[in-house]
Design a protein around this ligand. Structure first.
Ligand SMILES: *[C@@H]1O[C@H](CO)[C@@H](O)[C@H](O)[C@H]1NC(C)=O
Length: 430
């Protein structure tokens, strides 16, 4: 997208006062700054992306100002569908400002969130298409908030997906923005939703439970004891992934860039299931140790063998979540368990890192996967900045199950009406 002549828009583009007005950003930076990486005292600027192309010089040169777009969301149980929405939103402008809805507003409109505000901020700020973050955004875009967006944050367009966002009274949360012609719509990402992920978590728990009684589940929920299924899932439909990985989608998420000749390549591997704030933080730490971060994502089979149960998100889904992270330069989709000489040579890996907090592995005690990098003196254990794991996140969802069921029921009623009127929406993505 190109820039527009700023004269056409009301409001004068005065970069400097605006910087001071971005209170949300400051809070974000301060919050995230708490979890520092604990190694060798290397001080690297944590948030280099907050002021991209910003300010006076750019403005003077071109007499044009960047198109600023706003998208909001709860970003609870964040998945690559959210990341894809943010990618499409970014493509509709030059700078993407994201509003993260406050805990209070989520509780009032949907029920308690699974992730804390801090975690949701880390996840959203970690997405490579996000330029700025506003904390504690309201659920409803009131006239007052819309004016704040337009005048203070210099937003040109408010973006939302074609999925409904309805207020408790059943009215459209974006009605006002639509009326004044500052609304643009993107296509929702098929194949994933928070409800679907909750369903998968329940199915996987059920498998684990059955396994301990000597039955096999083989990743096919619903083929075993129907009673357990009814109890556990209730109105939430358990299902396998509907995601159809296309090469186009992977290209859209990729940086499409290799390391430059003298870069220091850092390698980190893992399952990266249910991509969470702990993942973002360890990737940030790993990236700071070099110039190019290569992430090895273990295949579904390896995760099942080593972790004792199938991953909730499949290999391609996990790859997209990792690729959407701003600290990641490249991924290996289906990396081997052991870091081999061949890999180190193929990618010119200078350093292999591993976090101190990782998923607890099952009884399979095999050879240390890092024997080779250790023997070469290029291995480093880094202190994980956060203690959350994919299992601890899954556990929280299960603990919140009752609230989730209520939330989904309520959502369904109002969504039904919407879907009757749903029309085709063209995909704005590149
Ligand atoms: C391999 O990585 C090192 C940095 O660790 C770099 O100096 C060297 O130029 C790289 N080699 C090639 C062929 O890119």
């Amino acid at each position: 997208m190109g820039s527009v002549d700023f004269e056409k828009y009301n409001g004068i583009w005065d970069g400097v006062p605006q910087l001071l007005g971005l209170g949300g950003l400051m809070i974000t930076a301060a919050l995230l700054g708490i979890s520092k990486c604990l190694f060798g005292g290397i001080g690297v600027q944590s948030f280099p992306w907050f002021w991209p192309d910003f300010g006076i010089f750019y403005q003077r040169k071109s007499k044009k100002r960047p198109i600023r777009v706003y998208m909001d969301g709860c970003f609870d149980l964040m998945h690559y569908g959210h990341a894809n929405a943010l990618r499409q939103a970014k493509a509709l402008g030059d700078q993407l400002v994201v509003g993260v809805i406050s805990d209070e507003e989520i509780i009032a409109n949907k029920g308690p969130p699974v992730l804390s505000m801090e975690e949701r901020l880390i996840l959203v700020s970690g997405i490579k298409w996000v330029d700025e973050v506003i904390t504690n955004a309201p659920y409803e875009i009131t006239e007052q908030f819309m004016n704040t967006l337009f005048n203070e944050y210099k937003i040109d367009y408010i973006i939302h997906g074609d999925d409904p966002c309805l207020l408790l009274d059943g009215t459209d949360a974006y009605a006002l923005a639509k009326r004044v012609g500052r609304y643009k719509q993107i296509k929702r990402t098929e194949g994933v939703s928070s409800t679907d992920i909750v369903g998968r978590i329940l199915s996987s728990l059920r498998c684990t439970k059955l396994d301990s009684h000597g039955n096999s589940c083989n990743g096919k929920p619903g083929t075993n004891d129907g009673k357990i299924q009814d109890e556990a899932s209730g109105p939430i439909k358990s299902q396998l992934s509907n995601f159809l990985p296309t090469s186009r989608r992977i290209m859209q998420f990729s940086n499409c860039k290799g390391p430059s000749p003298d870069s220091r390549v850092v390698y980190i591997d893992g399952a990266f299931d249910l991509f969470h704030a702990g993942h973002v933080e360890i990737l940030r730490c790993a990236r700071q140790l070099g110039d190019f971060l290569l992430v090895g994502i273990h295949s579904d089979q390896i995760v099942s063998q080593r972790g004792g149960s199938s991953p909730i998100m499949h290999l391609h889904e996990r790859s997209l979540s990792v690729l959407a992270c701003r600290y990641v330069d490249e991924v290996i989709i289906g990396a081997p368990w052991e870091v081999t000489h061949d890999m180190i040579n193929t990618f010119n890996i200078s350093l292999v890192v591993h976090g101190t907090v990782s998923e607890s592995n099952s009884a399979v005690d095999e050879k240390d996967p890092y024997t080779i990098p250790k023997s070469m003196g290029i291995f480093k254990a880094i202190a994980s900045p956060r203690t959350s794991t994919s299992s601890s996140i899954a556990r929280r969802i299960v603990d919140n199950l009752e609230a989730y069921k209520r939330r989904n029921l309520r959502k369904k009623e109002s969504e039904d009406r919407y879907y009757e009127e749903k029309k085709f929406v063209s995909d704005w993505s590149l």
